[in-house]
Each structure stands twice: as structure tokens, then as C-alpha cells.
Ligand binder design. Structure first.
Ligand code: URA
Length: 212
């Protein structure tokens, strides 16, 4: 597993505003979108490309274009939806599948409640979007699901990661799974309620409002 914590002044600035309690949900959505686009630059560094012959107004040349099979972008519902446009903007050929996972706030266990993904992901590069890598349970379950269906490699784009979640991935993820985690910050710790500290609160609620 590779972990990339992106060190860039624009990422640091936008993340700081995102963390602030007083940041309104419309600004939060806009900033999350912009942050994902900045993270996507690194997250897509190894996306598959192929040489193509093109004609410029001046001459012929060999260029480079995204190749097949198409990358698969998988936002984890619900909070991952707030990251979807930010990534697909940079990956125009990508297809989008959805995984709905919910965490029990007491046991912190994860269950899958929705799945719209092809059964066969052979050779596909997958980009999992989840703003908060907290316990790591959701990402472990998602990676196992994608790997079982043949995903070639998996890149998780996350706004914040907790050291506990990264450790859980390191210890529990099948080593055959080729995973890269790209994050704007590795924060301090998880608190007793499973929230990332200092964090930004409940990402889904801050993006889309509170659901009782
Ligand atoms: N999920 C969130 O939305 N926030 C956290 O801090 C941890 C998990």
C-alpha cells in the first residue's frame, strides 16, 4: 500500500476553511470539489494511457490519450458523492459505479446497502471516493469487493485520513490488493466516537445536511 499526503499550499488553505465549524454547506461543497481536483492530479498519475497518432495544424505526431479499459470511479454513498465531479472532471472517459456503505455508530461495523457496479472489473483501474478514512472498515470492505471482481489496482481519494485507519489497512488488507491512498492530510487520531481529530465533523452532514 502507498500513502500520499499532498503537501501543497492551496490544499492546505482549502482544507483549513473546510475544517472550520462556521463554513456553510454550499462553501463546503465547493471547497470539497476543488480539493478533490487538486488531489486527483496525483491520484491519476499512473492512469493507463496509450500512444495515439494525431495531426496538429502543422504536422503529424504521436500523442498520448487515456486508454481502455476505462477507469471506474466509485463514490461511497453518501459523502463520496460530494467528490464525484471533482474527479470525473479530470477523467473524462471514466465510468461511475456506486457503493452504499453505512457505519454503525456504536459498533463502527460497516454494512453494504447499495451496489451499482459491473460484476466484471477485470483489468480496470478503480478510484474509490470517500472523504473520511476513519477506522478503515469501509475502505477495506470496498477494496475487497472491487478486487474480487478483478480490479487491477485501486486508488482511494480521501480528504482526511486517521492513522488508525491507515494502520488497519496495512494490517488487514489482502496484500494482493494494489492500493494507493491519496489524502489532503493524515490527522492526529480517532476519538471514542470514531470521528477524526481535529477532522471536520461528519462529512455527509456538512455536504448535504443532517439525516436523522
Ligand atoms: N466519518 C465522518 O464523516 N467524519 C469523521 O470524522 C469520521 C468518519
Amino acid at each position: 500500500m502507498r500513502v500520499l499526503e499532498i503537501d501543497h499550499p492551496l490544499v492546505a488553505h482549502k482544507l483549513t476553511v473546510l475544517r472550520e465549524r462556521s463554513t456553510h454547506s454550499s462553501v463546503f461543497r465547493q471547497l470539497a470539489d476543488e480539493l478533490v481536483t487538486l488531489l486527483a492530479y496525483e491520484a491519476t498519475r499512473n492512469v493507463a494511457v496509450a500512444p495515439v497518432q494525431i495531426e496538429t495544424p502543422v504536422t503529424e505526431m504521436t500523442g498520448t490519450k487515456l486508454s481502455n479499459p476505462k477507469p471506474m470511479v466509485v463514490p461511497i454513498l453518501r459523502a463520496g458523492l460530494g467528490m464525484l465531479d471533482g474527479l470525473t472532471r479530470l477523467l473524462p472517459t471514466a465510468e461511475v459505479g456506486f457503493l452504499g456503505m453505512v457505519r454503525n455508530d456504536e459498533t463502527l461495523e460497516v454494512t453494504t446497502y447499495a451496489n451499482r457496479l459491473p460484476d466484471d472489473l477485470s483489468g480496470r483501474q478503480c478510484f474509490v471516493l470517500d472523504p473520511m478514512l476513519a477506522t478503515g472498515h469501509t475502505l477495506i470492505a470496498s477494496c475487497e469487493y472491487l478486487h474480487e471482481r478483478g480490479a487491477k489496482d485501486i486508488t482511494c481519494v480521501t480528504l482526511l485520513a486517521a492513522p488508525e485507519g491507515l494502520k488497519a489497512l496495512e494490517e488487514q488488507l489482502d496484500p494482493a490488493i494494489d492500493l494507493t491512498v491519496v489524502t489532503a492530510s493524515i490527522d492526529q487520531e480517532l476519538n471514542e466516537k470514531g470521528y477524526i481529530v481535529p477532522g471536520l465533523g461528519d462529512a455527509g452532514d456538512r455536504l448535504f445536511g443532517v439525516v436523522d
